[in-house]
Write a protein that binds this ligand. Structure first.
Ligand SMILES: N[C@@H](CCC(=O)N[C@@H](CS)C(=O)NCC(=O)O)C(=O)O
Length: 231
């Protein structure tokens, strides 16, 4: 068994930043599986085209490509059933599907406009140009204009995390006493922000901040040790 993971990087090959790749990194660590990293940049589409993807994460298990972080989590759960479970059963998997959408819509979607202007500075010129052009076309304005009001706008994002915050009143992790894939779905976007941006998304004293700290410490501090900002 040889696992390889295409991971989004910029100028620093040791600074993976995609929120979706971080979900997969945490899932692999949870399963106790090591994967060889294949650093990948935005414009290197031809490298992953043979695997029928234009996005990462792409996981290779031997020759077999698995595309999309949610599909990868399901694959790992089914292909490595003797390893610790990512979902804790079929009910957890089913609820995880909804949480994956919440993670994409509310968490990735809420963080993106707060940090997007910090991303090009981490990229090679060709990738920075691609990123700026594609994202400004999507957003309809310069990236700097999108982030300009972030000190105020972040308050709405913090409020949107209430379902997580209220849950953490009675348990340490979304997975319960210990983390599982539900936590990694939400943590991945926070780790993305931590890697690319000095902007403070969470206030100390917020239960969500403490939860993130616990996940930064998970797996011998894997996420904390990955280069990022102290936020
Ligand atoms: N739903 C996918 C989303 C993957 C995705 O959007 N990946 C981004 C990196 S964060 C990407 O590869 N983008 C390529 C591009 O924008 O050209 C997943 O969960 O894996």
């Amino acid at each position: 068994m040889t696992l390889k993971l295409y991971e989004l990087v910029g100028t620093d090959e040791n600074r993976p930043f995609s929120p979706f790749v971080w979900r997969t990194r945490m899932a692999l660590a949870h399963k106790g599986l090591a994967a060889q990293s294949i650093p990948w940049c935005f414009t290197e589409k031809e490298a992953i085209a043979p695997h029928r993807s234009d996005k990462v994460p792409v996981l290779l298990d031997g020759e077999k490509p698995i595309v999309d972080s949610w599909v990868i989590a399901n694959y790992l759960e089914d292909a490595y059933p003797d390893r610790p479970s990512l979902f804790g059963g079929e009910g957890g998997r089913a609820v995880g599907r909804m949480l994956n959408w919440w993670g994409d819509v509310t968490v990735v979607g809420g963080i993106f406009p707060r940090i997007v202007a910090d991303i090009p500075g981490h990229l090679k010129p060709v990738d920075a140009a691609y990123f700026r052009k594609s994202r400004e076309a999507r957003l309809g304005k310069p990236l700097e204009e999108v982030t300009a009001n972030r000190d105020k706008a972040v308050e709405g994002f913090r409020k949107s995390l209430d379902p997580l915050r209220l849950t953490l009143r009675s348990q340490s992790f979304l997975g319960g006493a210990t983390p599982n894939y539900a936590d990694y779905i939400v943590f991945g976007p926070f780790q993305w922000a931590r890697v690319v941006s000095p902007f403070r998304l969470l206030e100390e004293g917020d239960p969500v901040y403490s939860w993130r700290e616990r996940l930064l410490d998970a797996f011998d501090g894997m996420a904390r040790q990955s280069p990022g900002h102290e936020v």
